[in-house]
Design a protein around this ligand. Structure first.
Ligand code: AHR
Length: 307
């Protein structure tokens, strides 16, 4: 799980190159892979020695990797936490060793905000709201919706779940008839959608997927069931990855709410400030603005997409 992106064998070795650790969630979908590349490239641009680990979607793996980086005495740690809770112990360990921590992409829940320097990520609650608003309008306020959630306990899952519900709170005709985790994965999204189709069949008017990969899995399940995705069943998802744009160009996905994974430069700028003693200039929270893309615009913008 733990790998080294740089060349030095131990942190604080012979040269002055800052050693930065990045603890990623996993490699479970297109968004995540674009996120990893963005962080690695941004570290290389700054000339940092990046040490990389990913948790294979398990918090215990991330905790082990994080602790190991603390023991190595790296100069800073960037953490993209799989789930929100359960981080206090390792964050305290880093604080005791004076190792600054940047929380990236997903949030942590802690009573002690001093355990990390700054959080940088998308406004995933607003993403859920945007998806709900778009769907309610598209369906004229009447639809039976099935929901594919992300990993349980992950901040985007919680926020996209709640944000969507806030957006449809005054829409009595929009009914969520089933909601289950597809783990942010294409294969699991397909599997859960197959089960939904078996149980609810033609009753399903719309799918709300917490990410594009699960929506693409759902598209496959809908086609396998002999139905037309985006026509027989309206689909809205979150991320805005290239595969989602391709699906929209093909007329199979109606809408994607962007969640920009190109967060590496922001993360490394924060690290640079911290290492040069300017951490006090950083905001505690930096939220990245996202757009909404509909099927009708997809062909015009697909070439300009960077991930
Ligand atoms: O935390 C961001 C979410 O995590 C993305 O929407 C998803 O694709 C990823 O796994």
């Amino acid at each position: 799980i733990v790998g080294c992106g740089g060349s030095s064998d131990n942190a604080g070795g012979d040269d002055d190159t800052p050693v930065i650790a990045f603890v990623q969630t996993g490699a479970d979908n297109d968004w995540r892979n674009a996120h990893t590349v963005s962080v690695k490239e941004a570290a290389a641009d700054k000339g940092y020695d990046l040490r990389f680990a990913e948790g294979q979607s398990k918090q215990e793996n991330q905790i082990k990797a994080f602790s190991s980086f603390v023991n190595q005495g790296v100069d800073a740690i960037i953490l993209a936490p799989i789930v929100e809770t359960g981080w206090d112990n390792v964050l305290e360990k880093a604080k005791k060793r004076n190792i600054p921590v940047v929380i990236l992409d997903r949030k942590v829940k802690t009573d002690d905000e001093s355990l990390y320097v700054t959080y940088i990520g998308a406004d995933t609650y607003t993403e859920g709201k945007k998806a709900g608003k778009w769907l309610a309008e598209k369906m004229g306020g009447q639809a039976k919706v099935v929901e594919l959630q992300g990993n349980p306990g992950a901040s985007p899952t919680i926020n996209r779940f709640n944000g969507f519900r806030e957006a449809i709170a005054d829409q009595s005709g929009i009914e969520i008839i089933a909601s289950q985790s597809g783990e942010f994965r294409r294969s699991k999204g397909k599997e859960v959608m197959e089960a939904f189709l078996k149980k609810y069949g033609d009753d399903i008017d719309a799918v709300y997927a917490h990410n594009d990969d699960m929506a693409i899995g759902a598209i496959q399940a809908i086609e396998d069931a002999g139905m037309k995705p985006a026509e027989d069943i309206v689909i809205v998802s979150v991320d805005g990855v290239r595969a989602a744009f391709e699906a929209m160009v093909d007329g199979k996905l109606n809408c994607t709410v962007e969640c920009n994974p190109l967060q590496g430069p922001l993360a490394m700028e924060a690290v640079e400030k911290i290492l040069s003693g300017q951490a006090d200039q950083l905001d505690k929270v930096t939220l990245i603005e996202d757009s909404v893309f509909e099927m009708e615009q997809a062909a015009d913008v697909i070439e300009s997409r960077k991930y």
